[in-house]
Ligand binder design. Structure first.
Ligand code: IMP
Length: 206
């Protein structure tokens, strides 16, 4: 049996790493954190699109290693807030704020919205790069609604306020397996793994 493909995640978000580890196992690959991630010059995610940030991040960190680097840019998109927090999801309540502050800010901004106005999407773009070149970029999303208060204790980020109608619970109440099966990240990453195993990718990597 061939050794599983190894990918190195460019992220300092432990929530993402946990999810990717499980997703990779299911897909016959293996994911580790990029060694010394925090020691490299940081990539500034300043682009206005998820795709540009994901590709830019993967290309940037892949210049410091010979390995395949995986980066994702993801976030919560709320039409009632004109697409916010969107690409600013990670720093929506300022640079020193935590998950609870960001959740509180979104709930505060949503307080006058009811019913369908509370629709929201999670979006994920994954990018795989090697030696400074992105060679796979995939994207997917999932639609849900925003709760009026945080519910559940699992996951990370905006999970406690994202209610997924398919399971009748929030992301934070779902098991990790359940979230991975249905989530924006799970769907986008499964597309990336499928493309990674295509002859064109394997030939380029050889
Ligand atoms: P970035 O992709 O590292 O720029 O950060 C994306 C931000 O979006 C995270 O810090 C979270 O706040 C939010 N986010 C992305 N994916 C998820 C998720 O699966 N659950 C909850 N929040 C998420």
């Amino acid at each position: 049996m061939p050794a599983p493909l190894r990918l190195f995640l460019a992220s300092s978000n432990p929530g993402k790493l946990h999810e990717y580890r499980l997703l990779a196992e299911d897909g016959g690959a293996r994911i580790d954190l990029l060694a010394d991630f925090d020691g490299f010059p940081a990539y500034e995610e300043t682009a206005p699109t998820f795709a540009e940030n994901a590709a830019g991040k993967a290309e940037h960190y892949s210049r410091f290693t010979n390995e395949i680097v995986l980066a994702d840019d993801s976030g919560l998109v709320v039409p009632a807030l004109k697409g916010a927090p969107g690409v600013y999801s990670a720093r929506y309540a300022g640079p020193n704020a935590g998950d609870a502050d960001r959740v509180e800010k979104v709930l505060r901004e949503m307080r006058t919205f009811e019913g369908e106005e509370r629709l929201a999407q999670f979006v994920c773009v994954t990018a795989l790069a090697r030696r400074g070149r992105a060679f796979i970029i995939t994207s997917d999303s999932v639609e849900g609604t925003l709760t009026k208060r945080p519910v559940g204790s699992g996951g990370f980020g905006y999970d406690p306020i994202f209610f997924l109608p398919q399971i009748g619970r929030t992301y934070a109440e779902a098991s990790r397996e359940e979230k991975n099966r249905l989530s924006h990240r799970g769907k986008a990453f499964r597309k990336a793994l499928a493309l990674l195993n295509e002859p064109v990718s394997l030939a380029w990597l050889a």
